[in-house]
Design a protein around this ligand. Structure first.
Ligand SMILES: Nc1ncnc2c1ncn2[C@@H]1O[C@H](COP(=O)(O)OP(=O)(O)O)[C@@H](O)[C@H]1O
Ligand SMILES: [Mg+2]
Length: 242
């Protein structure tokens, strides 16, 4: 379980997070929605300790990130997979090498074992046999899937997705949605998905939280959010700027 309490973060005197409270239950897919620039990526970075809060806390299974040293933080991070915005593949490395990065750095597995693991993760995302390709040879959707295979390489308990469907055509986006939903169903992975894509949110979320002006102003099921009387939420769902 991930518990976020009273999280505050400012950059150059500008408040981005202003007391975020949120609980992500083990096994659920929590989708965080909000307008562009509202602080979704910043929030995600706090969850794996890539950013430190000015105030407040993030706890993972009862361990508060701010209270542990660097080494423990690295250990904890191994339990997380992250799909970064824009996939963030290394262009000079093959698909296989991109997916193998974490395994080579953080495990004592042999070359062969790593090769098998990489192929199995590529299979999970529908990219079996593509290990020798270079990122430049892939479509946007394929890059995202390779990014997802890399996020899954260390068999994480938690996967964090930053805008997994942004910039994809509807068919590729749906494929990613299906993959995310499947991971939750088959592997019981706990997921946090940050997106401004309401279609994607509705497809994969157990619960949706809306970040607005530095706070979570709503948290509930996809059915509940549709019925929310809050005008700020309805405007977002309708795709209108605020
Ligand atoms: N490392 C940083 N230094 C300064 N400002 C930042 C940094 N990261 C994010 N911000 C600012 O925080 C705000 C929220 O950014 P972000 O979390 O990326 O928004 P989004 O909801 O689109 O993911 C933006 O105004 C952004 O410019
Ligand atoms: Mg972002």
């Amino acid at each position: 379980m991930i518990q976020i309490q009273g999280l505050n973060k400012s950059f150059n005197g500008k408040k981005v997070l202003d007391g975020v409270d949120l609980e992500v239950r083990t096994g659920e897919t929590m989708v965080i929605i909000g307008t562009s620039g509202c602080g979704k990526s910043v929030l995600l970075r706090h969850i794996i300790g890539l950013m430190r809060p000015d105030r407040g806390s993030v706890s993972v299974d009862g361990t508060e990130l701010n209270r542990i040293g660097k080494r423990d933080l690295y250990q904890l991070r191994k339990r997380f997979g992250m799909l970064f915005q824009g996939s963030a593949l290394f262009d000079s490395l093959s698909v296989e090498d991109n997916v193998a990065l974490g395994l080579r750095q953080h495990t004592a597995l042999t070359r062969e074992e790593i090769g098998e693991k990489v192929e199995s993760k590529l299979g999970m995302v529908g990219m079996a046999g593509s290990g020798k390709l270079m990122p430049a040879e892939l479509s946007g959707g394929m890059k995202k899937r390779v990014g997802l295979a890399r996020a899954l390489s260390m068999d994480p308990e938690y996967v964090l997705y930053d805008e997994p469907t942004t910039g994809l055509d509807p068919i590729s986006a749906d494929r990613i949605n299906d993959l995310m939903a499947g991971l939750q169903e088959k592997l019981r992975i706990t997921s946090v998905v940050v997106t401004h894509d309401m279609v994607s949110a509705g497809r994969v979320a157990d619960r949706i939280a809306m970040l607005h002006q530095g706070r979570i102003i709503f948290c509930g099921t996809p059915q509940e959010i549709k019925k929310s009387p809050d005008e700020r939420i309805q405007r977002f769902i309708r795709g209108e700027a605020d």
